[in-house]
Design a protein around this ligand. Structure first.
Ligand code: PEP
Length: 249
């Protein structure tokens, strides 16, 4: 059975104290045991927060790593730094990094590789712009993102990934893909993975939906056959909202 995951992406939000309060609220909440909660917290909080999580049902993820192992890259964080503090997940390829840091499919491939070499599981983000959605070529575009960054991997390595489909036009906009649109893309991606790696591998990979997930829409989106949870930005910053989302499976 695929893992059900409620992942939060705090981005560059919340002070340490605010983050601690939010984490405490989530820790003390009665969370379903079959849903894994992963919090993409700011780098400076990773160790403290990871140490205070049980790691099994609740853990943290780095929001990024550098593609080189070490060296003269002022301000960057390496995979071994993240690994050395016990963190096991890293968000790779978020659309904000693709846009603002110009991260290409080829660069993301190197980040995926270095993460896997160090036993970190990537939460690999993909998704199309509004322009591409309007042109009707979204399935080909997103499939190509997977192909160029992931399809060199062995089946064993690919199975360590979580994929997050996040249509750019739905991120932080309040506009959500309809449950049908989410299901259609998730099914297309799973089939695409299945064509290369076989259906068993494809069926084992959790594919999350991201893009204005909130308590009011989470249940319907998560109930789609190929949607295994969500990557949540804005609503993951509010304890009550995120708790409701965790209970939406
Ligand atoms: C995100 O940043 O990954 C995201 C999905 O944000 P939001 O939920 O705010 O749209």
């Amino acid at each position: 059975m695929r893992k059900q995951i409620a992942a939060g992406n705090w981005k560059m939000n919340l002070t340490f104290e605010e983050g601690k309060s939010l984490l405490a609220a989530l820790k003390s909440a009665n969370r379903p045991s079959d849903v894994k909660t992963i919090l993409g917290v700011p780098g400076p909080y990773l160790k403290t927060f990871q140490d205070s999580c049980d790691d099994d049902s609740l853990c943290v993820a780095a929001q990024n790593i550098h593609h080189e192992l070490k060296g003269a890259y002022t301000g960057e964080t390496s995979v071994s730094m993240v690994k050395s503090i016990g963190v096991r997940y890293v968000i790779i390829g978020h659309s904000e990094r693709r846009e603002y840091q110009k991260e290409s499919n080829a660069l993301l491939k190197t980040k995926v590789d270095i993460a896997l070499e160090h036993d970190l599981s990537p939460i690999f983000c993909c998704g199309e712009s509004l322009e591409i959605r309007k042109s009707g070529s979204q399935n080909a575009f997103v499939s190509n993102q997977l192909k160029e960054s992931l399809f060199h991997l062995s089946a064993e390595d690919l199975s360590k990934l979580v994929i997050a489909y996040e249509p750019i036009w739905a991120i932080g906009t309040g506009e959500t893909a309809s449950p049908g649109q989410a299901q259609e893309m998730h099914h297309a991606l799973r089939s695409f993975i299945g064509e290369t790696y076989g259906q068993e591998v494809a069926d084992g990979i959790s594919i999350l939906y991201g893009g204005s997930v909130k308590p009011a829409n989470a249940k319907e989106i998560f109930s789609q056959a190929d949607v295994d949870g969500g990557l949540v930005g804005g609503a993951s910053l509010k304890a009550e909202d995120f708790k409701q989302i965790i209970h939406s499976f």
